[in-house]
Design a protein around this ligand. Sequence first.
Ligand SMILES: [Zn+2]
Length: 70
Amino acid sequence: MVFKVCLNCGGTLQEFRELTAGEREHVRRYKPKHTRLAAYYRCARAGCLRFQRLGDMRDGDSFPEPDESS
Ligand SMILES: [Zn+2]
């Protein structure tokens, strides 16, 4: 676990965890030229969908909302 400032959590310090395989696939599409997927972590706070790169809190985005119809 690492602690990083999460912009989706109002700029507060939050726990971040490593991406799952499915999450890495999403980041791969978001960053097709970026090969260092291991540098991306996601916010572990319940309900937060933020992922971002270690060392640059502004290099990141949010995962899509879970599809509740599936
Ligand atoms: Zn967050």
